[in-house]
Ligand binder design. Structure first.
Ligand code: HEC
Ligand code: HEC
Length: 401
């Protein structure tokens, strides 16, 4: 399983710099982490690899590029053990444990894209290990950096870019190089990726201004940089209103792509497989990223501390307890299993940025909205209309006559 999230999340535009003030409060307890890979601006060559690995972790490459541990064929009838394993795989929301750590970044995960009621496509995450025949073994560091910035590959393809690939153009030169060095250090894995199918030819992205080196932290500049170039908080916690991206205000049922996650047992895992779900879950459900501006300076939850926000980000524990006063676990889609490896300094910078937001009232449904086996109701919740015949086909469903 991989984070299909972004497949249904339209590319983020207008990552306008937020008006952020100075970092308030003492960061004394964070000094000890200053030597971590995220902090140094000009590391020795030996540190580049560690920095690349760190960026790959918080940039969640593996969420999409590491294939799940499913055999190429569905379990044969009668193989109860494999059937149980597959069932667990498709319905246990803790999907990260099922990534195949013996094939890190070997690609091949299908993403079904629905552009309109009549137009769709499928892209597969690519093999980004240095395997020469099936991966990026022939690519130089410069080739990788270029692909991350504009989507152009040395073999003349143009990548279909969706978040977080839409962010990577903003990477500092040294960070982009660090990521490339890290990819080249991976164990090569042979895995041939099927051809994608798109109803249009993707265009290269225009180059954007980017720094030579990333800002250091903890600082507001570091937070803004990470959110623009690496980490997807805005992607999941925003929505469009009249074509304008309302940052950090939460997903919206009226905005079919931003901040919406489809959950269910029928997620596509193998080549050619179809399914409506984007993440495993028992039954069909839809989930929205919440309104983070409520934690801001003038928001109703302004009493929430930076450290409570850091705990939500890195430990997956909701800010507010559940109705019985118990800590409420956040859904795994929140990617806290990846952010758990974020340095305290970076997490502090980002949480502090959230604390400086100004409140924008916007109600977001909390927790999964469950539809049981009614996939059409889940579809309607996401896209706002009844599925067309074409929709049913791309997601492998049948419509009642
Ligand atoms: C949301 C899923 C997703 C995430 C997260 C993601 N990628 Fe990708 N990546 C893709 C898909 C899908 C493609 C193929 C696009 C296409 O074929 O048009 C791709 C293609 C690539 C390619 C081009 C390889 C080739 O042979 O064409 C590189 C390089 C790459 N990704 C690197 C990364 C790195 C590095 C990260 C993390 C910092 C990352 N990706 C995170 C989905 C993702
Ligand atoms: C892939 C989508 C996704 C990304 C990326 C993401 N979030 Fe979330 N986040 C969610 C969803 C969905 C929830 C709600 C989960 C739940 O209620 O179980 C959530 C919940 C939260 C909460 C808890 C809110 C509460 O009321 O307790 C905080 C805080 C938060 N996210 C902050 C962040 C920050 C900061 C980042 C970036 C580092 C981030 N999120 C990145 C999807 C995402």
């Amino acid at each position: 399983m991989a984070s299909r999230r972004a497949a249904f999340v339209v590319a983020l535009t207008g990552l306008a710099a937020l008006g952020v003030g100075l970092l308030a409060g003492s960061a004394g307890s964070l000094r000890a982490e200053r030597s971590d890979p995220a902090a140094g601006a000009r590391p020795a060559a030996a540190d580049l690899l560690a920095r690349g690995r760190y960026l790959a972790t918080i940039g969640v490459c593996e969420a999409c590029h590491t294939p799940p541990k499913v055999p190429a064929q569905p379990p044969p009838p009668g193989d109860e053990q494999e059937i149980a394993r597959e069932r667990d795989f498709r319905t246990n929301p803790d999907w990260k444990q099922y990534l195949d750590e013996t094939r890190v970044d070997a690609g091949g995960v299908p993403f079904i894209l629905r552009f309109s009621p009549t137009s769709s496509g499928v892209v597969y995450s690519r093999n980004i290990t240095p395997d020469v025949a099936t991966g990026i073994g022939r690519w130089s560091v410069e080739d990788i950096v270029k692909a991350l910035r504009t989507g152009e590959t040395p073999d003349g393809r143009v990548l279909f870019l969706f978040a977080p690939h839409t962010f990577f153009a903003h990477l500092a030169d040294s960070d982009a190089r660090a990521l490339a060095v890290y990819l080249k250090s991976l164990p090569p894995v042979s895995n041939r990726i099927p051809d994608r199918q798109l109803p249009f030819p993707p265009q290269p992205a225009a180059p954007v201004p980017h720094p030579a080196d990333p800002p250091t932290g903890p600082s507001p500049a570091r937070a803004e940089y990470l959110l623009a170039a690496v980490v997807g908080c805005k992607e999941c916690h925003s929505h469009h209103e009249n074509g304008v991206l309302r940052e950090f205000t939460g997903g919206d049922p009226k905005d079919a792509f931003v901040g919406v996650f489809r959950l269910g047992p029928d997620l596509p895992l193998r080549t050619g497989e179809k399914g409506l779900a984007a993440f495993p879950y028992p039954g069909n459900a839809v989930l929205y990223g919440g309104n983070l501006t409520k934690f801001g300076v003038d928001g109703p939850s302004r009493d929430t501390s930076v450290f409570e926000l850091m705990r939500a980000m890195r430990r997956g524990i909701a800010v507010e307890p559940d109705q019985y006063g118990r800590p409420r676990p956040l859904e795994h889609i929140m990617l806290w299993q990846f952010y758990s490896q974020m340095s305290a300094s970076d997490a502090y910078s980002i949480a502090s940025l959230v604390k400086r937001l100004h409140y924008v009232p916007h109600d977001v449904p909390q927790g999964p909205i469950r539809f049981g086996d009614d996939w059409r109701a889940a579809f309607k919740q996401v896209y706002g209309n009844e599925p067309s015949q074409h929709d049913a086909e791309i997601f492998g469903k049948t419509l009642p006559k």
